[in-house]
Design a binder for this molecule. Structure first.
Ligand code: GAR
Length: 196
């Protein structure tokens, strides 16, 4: 099996759908859930599934990104992942870190890239009057929210949508898209998956 490490910062709902998909004839298995926040809700969900967890708190490294990433790297090296999935991991990673894992590191982003890189994607899509929104899984490269697209799923924007209602609609699709992309990626298939 391909060994998958999942990096989170929060509730970990995408981590859960990824972890729960890696069963049976799936070509991968989860070997680590790593959070930069000790209070991330996803840590308990991973532990409940018997997945090893680790925390590398970014706060003591204040301004020392190289130090933070060296600590991340040490934990990852011990887990020997073949694939890293960023799943709501809210720290920007340096070019050095990304290059070390290039071709083996995926991210999910809550917009139809190349639109709306960065934060507050749903508020920005609504402010722009978009009729469609969605999510993207892509390979991570040194440029933020860039890199080859491995899959996208679209949803309609509905009248009266708020950033919260739109986020919830998109998140349902994230939970379909990311497991589908990971299954193919772990089997060596990098052709983009387009849902909806
Ligand atoms: C997801 O919507 C994910 O796309 C987004 O954070 C949420 C995490 O939810 N990621 C980013 O914004 C990355 N910059 P989760 O912890 O429940 O999976």
């Amino acid at each position: 099996h391909e060994r998958v490490a999942i990096l989170i910062s929060g509730s970990g709902s995408n981590m859960v759908t990824l972890a729960d998909s890696m069963v049976g004839d799936h070509p991968a298995r989860p070997v680590l859930v790593l959070s930069n926040r000790p209070d991330a809700g996803g840590l308990e969900k991973a532990a409940a599934r018997g997945i090893p967890t680790a925390v590398v708190d970014h706060r003591p490294f204040k301004g020392d990104r190289a130090g933070f990433e060296a600590a991340l790297q040490a934990v990852l090296d011990a887990a020997r992942p073949d694939i890293i999935c960023l799943a709501g991991f809210m720290r920007v990673l340096s070019a050095d870190f990304v290059q070390h894992w290039q071709g083996r590191i995926l991210n999910i982003h809550p917009s139809l890239l190349p639109k709306y890189r960065g934060l507050d994607t749903h508020a920005r899509a609504l402010a722009a009057g978009e009729s469609e929104a969605g999510c993207t899984v892509h390979e991570v490269t040194p440029a933020l929210d860039d890199g080859p697209v491995l899959g996208q799923a679209t949803v309609p924007v509905r009248p009266g949508d708020t950033p919260e209602t739109l986020a919830a609609r998109v998140l349902e699709q994230e939970h379909r898209l990311y497991p589908e992309v990971l299954r193919r990626f772990a089997a060596g298939d990098r052709r983009p998956v387009m849902l909806n």
